[in-house]
Design a protein around this ligand. Structure first.
Ligand code: NAD
Ligand code: MG
Length: 398
């Protein structure tokens, strides 16, 4: 089936990926395509949710905070949309019948609603990398068991997906990284960096959490884990390469020496439309690549000493799936603390590293083996958050 007539739901409609997804749908509708919208979800921002509902005309809208139900009902009163609030409403949004679900809630908060879509065998466009990093092999296994199709939206993974013609003949993958706003900054400058400086990404305009992750290169480390779980390659077969122009979105190296890549201007509407139209392609006007204007494409190795997040992620991936669950949870806590100016920029990786040590040495041996159930995933996630909170509070008090 092509995108014509495909019904959709958008988890995280009020975010940056949510907005790009709305724009793709609006463009397809303007071309005459019928794109019925089943459900949308939002975190806090009711104003943006109302606007999204005006544009998309969904049947169901959910907000994450259960105490916001009355306010959401009132805000959406003029529109023909059912309204829900709280965790069960977010899950209902994923569970309602739609052909395609955009998973674009940020963080592990996206896991339960995305799993609701996975369990009914939907086409799941996966922007939220944290839910894959959090639940790892269990998430992949659930998709297989329920016949869900995972379509990667993250630009690097979308690029690999597009050129992964012979998965069994792959020598290695190379994930490209822009290098973020501190690619050439000194450690001293990084130590003083403010949240606004860290969020000023040179190539992409994104939500604040992923922007900070791009500045620490934690984003690339999470993407290393994401690629390993999604495509089934071990850490040793996945390289990371800094590419400041963000034009080549990743490479697949084959055993015969051929290297395939996907290129596009850095505009998320390109991978989003790819997943919506898959296996067809849709005509969208976004992101035309002008290589004469780009001029030169540069590549360099990442500086592992200024960006310790890369080794933290590689080590966690090599350890087991509990370690990747814990790492992502600790990072969410650390990024929040940095965005609220409670800790410095360099403290983010320090907190993640210390939290991993606490869990490794802790009495319950929580990250001694991969979780065998989603309940175990949640237990590891919560323990890592608690450890990271304690470490962040100590750093803030020092
Ligand atoms: P964003 O912060 O702009 O939007 C996040 C969305 O999630 C919003 O709709 C917000 O209301 C909702 N949300 C936040 N906390 C929530 C909670 N606790 N419960 C329910 N909903 C909640 O983020 P974004 O940049 O759109 O990124 C979304 C996801 O896509 C992230 O996982 C990110 O890593 C991934 N991603 C984003 C980009 C990009 O270019 N923005 C690229 C690749 C991958
Ligand atoms: Mg990416």
């Amino acid at each position: 089936m092509t995108h014509a007539g495909r019904s959709v739901s958008i988890l995280g409609v009020t975010g940056s990926i949510g907005e790009s997804t709305i724009q793709v749908i609006e463009e397809l509708r303007a071309q005459g395509a019928d794109v019925p919208v089943e459900a949308v979800t939002a975190g806090q921002n009711l104003k943006v949710l109302v606007e999204a509902c005006r544009r998309l005309k969904p049947r169901f809208a959910a907000v994450s905070d259960p105490t916001q139900l009355a306010a959401a009902r009132e805000a959406l009163a003029g529109l023909p949309v059912e309204v829900g609030a709280g965790p069960s409403a977010l899950e209902e949004a994923g569970a309602r019948p739609s052909d395609w679900v955009m998973s674009a809630i940020v963080g592990a908060a996206g896991l339960a609603p995305t799993m609701a879509a996975v369990r009914r065998g939907a086409l799941v466009a996966l922007a939220n990398k944290e839910c894959l990093v959090c639940a790892g092999p269990l998430f992949i296994e659930a998709a297989r068991a329920h016949g869900a199709t995972l379509l990667p939206v993250d630009s690097e993974h979308n690029a690999i997906f597009q050129v992964l013609t012979h998965p069994e003949r792959v020598e290695k993958l190379t994930l490209t990284a822009s290098g973020g706003p501190f690619r050439t900054a000194t450690r001293e400058a990084m130590a003083r960096a403010t949240p606004d400086e860290a969020c000023k990404h040179p190539r992409w305009s994104m939500g604040r959490k992923i922007s900070v992750d791009s500045a620490t290169l934690m984003n690339k480390g999470l993407e290393l884990i994401e690629a390993s779980y999604l495509f089934g390659f071990p850490s040793e077969k996945i390289d990371i390469l800094i590419h400041p122009e963000s034009t080549v979105h990743s490479f697949v190296h084959y055993v015969d020496g051929s290297v395939l890549a996907q290129l596009a201007s850095p505009d998320m509407r390109v991978p989003i439309s790819y997943t919506l139209a898959w296996p067809d392609r849709a005509a969208v006007s976004a992101g035309r690549l002008d290589l004469a204007k780009v001029g030169a494409l540069n590549f360099e190795s990442p500086d592992l000493s200024r960006f310790p997040a890369l080794d933290l992620c590689r080590n966690a991936l090599q350890r087991n799936a509990a370690a990747t669950t814990a790492l992502s949870a600790a990072n969410e806590v650390a990024v929040d603390a940095f965005l609220e100016s409670r800790i410095g920029f360099l403290d983010i990786c320090r907190i993640v590293e210390e939290a991993m040590t606490v869990l490794e040495e802790g009495d319950a041996g929580l990250i001694a083996k991969s979780p065998s159930s989603f309940a175990e995933v949640v237990a590891v996630d919560q323990a890592a958050r608690a450890a990271a909170q304690r470490i962040a509070a100590n750093l803030a008090a020092a």
